[in-house]
Design a protein. Structure first.
Length: 413
């Protein structure tokens, strides 16, 4: 689903007094380009860093900054009642404290108290401030109130410092906003379960067998499904959090057995299952209850196969449920993936050659072939977000094709 297909959504873009306020200009432009109606609201001190005229020119309506000087007698309720979402970028430590305390001492905080729409905050501040207990507690309060947080990144800060606290990139912020506006997308009303990351099979209390999967492709698939309006459950081994989202549930697992259990539960009500995780093929038969040391000699490790989660999901699939598998290969990837698709009975098998440059593990890019029963679609080296959308395009087509013609469980489709 192209971003421009999101119809007439209204977003209040709040800008607070941080040095990264200049990035909010790009956020504003990208949202407007995506077809979103943007109402800029700047705090008075934000205008020490950026000008209201810039946002008035780029936004969908003139920028506002005052509770008392505009044409409306109650601008905060007019904004709060009309918007579909409020995003604050950057969100300073001072703003987070005032918002968490329920204060309404400027137009932006008053608007936030007057709205029932979802809210996204994008913190930005120096590392010392970001790590301060009061900031963490204020964020925790907002998260409990189902405020979505786009966490800051690590990189150059003001005054030549480097550390955590850098405002998330405009593209990342816009992706979250568009995802939260995606209730009218082509997956609206659908339940999508995505697995991500590499499982870890313990050898002893400190060591495990695993693989190089970063989980980035699975997380990109979850984000894309949210952007297209789905209710998403992400079953992941990755500790890096995704931005909070009212339509996202995250289940953290480590081992293949834990992933099998979680996927079994979450798949019961799913319309779409995307098994993007790299599940370990083998695990130790016995796990040592203490750390193995060199003094113990070379351990004799006996392995057994882990459960075939994908095959089990297909065996108990509900009528009309679409199931997607992933295959990371190094030798004859297409031949092996075609055979896997047929033997496991999935609708789509997505295969990549992880020995190729820039593909798969540890990269932000991927190149895949999407294999269906009657067609194959090659996606050249692209950002993992683009690959995610290509996979979901195929899923949406299958969902439309299968309406009124449900498959039997385990049928090779």
């Amino acid at each position: 689903m192209a971003a421009s297909e999101i119809p007439a959504k209204r977003v209040v873009l709040g800008v607070t007094a941080g040095i990264s306020a200049y990035k909010a200009i790009e956020v504003c432009r990208r949202l407007v380009d995506a077809g979103v109606h943007v109402a800029p609201v700047l705090t008075p001190d934000a205008m020490r860093f950026v000008g209201a005229a810039t946002f008035s020119a780029l936004g969908s309506e003139p920028a506002q900054s005052s509770l008392f000087e505009g044409s409306s007698p109650i601008p905060h309720t007019a904004l709060g009642q009309a918007d579909d979402l409020v995003v604050v970028a950057p969100a300073t430590a001072d703003f987070l404290a005032r918002y968490a305390a329920g204060m309404a001492n400027d137009l932006l905080t008053a608007t936030l108290l007057a709205t029932r729409a979802p809210v996204v905050v994008c913190p930005a501040m120096h590392t010392e401030m970001w790590e301060h207990p009061s900031v963490r507690e204020n964020l925790a309060t907002l998260v409990r109130r189902v405020v979505a947080v786009v966490p800051p990144g690590e990189g150059p800060l003001a005054a030549g410092d480097v550390g955590v606290g850098r405002l998330a990139g405009p593209a990342d912020i816009v992706a979250v906003v568009l995802g939260m506006l995606g209730s009218s997308g082509d997956l609206a009303g659908r339940r999508v379960v995505v697995s991500a990351g590499g499982t870890r099979e313990p050898l002893d209390p400190v060591r495990h067998l695993s693989n190089r999967s970063s989980g980035k492709q699975g997380h990109a698939l979850a984000s894309a499904a949210l952007r297209r309006g789905a209710e998403v459950t992400l079953v992941t081994t990755v500790s890096t959090p995704m931005p909070a989202h009212p339509r996202l549930s995250v289940v953290r697992v480590d081992t293949a057995a834990e992933m099998e259990a979680a996927m079994g539960i979450e798949s019961e009500k799913a319309d779409v299952i995307v098994m993007a995780a790299a599940v370990a093929d083998f695990r130790p038969v016995k796990v040592a209850n203490r750390k193995l040391t060199k003094d113990d000699g070379i351990p004799d490790i006996v392995l057994e196969q882990t459960p075939d989660i994908l095959r089990a999901l297909v065996a108990r699939r509900r009528p009309g449920q679409v199931i997607v598998g992933f295959a990371a290969e190094t030798d004859e990837p297409l031949r092996r993936a075609r055979a896997k698709r047929a033997s496991k009975g999935v609708d789509l098998m997505v295969v990549n050659d992880v020995s190729a440059p820039g593909v798969g593990f540890d990269h932000d890019t991927n190149a895949v072939t999407i294999i269906a029963q009657d067609a194959e679609h090659e996606v050249p080296l692209s950002a993992k977000e683009a690959v995610a959308d290509a996979v979901l395009d195929e899923v949406v087509e299958l969902l439309g094709r299968d309406q009124g013609a449900p498959r039997a469980r385990g049928e090779d489709s």
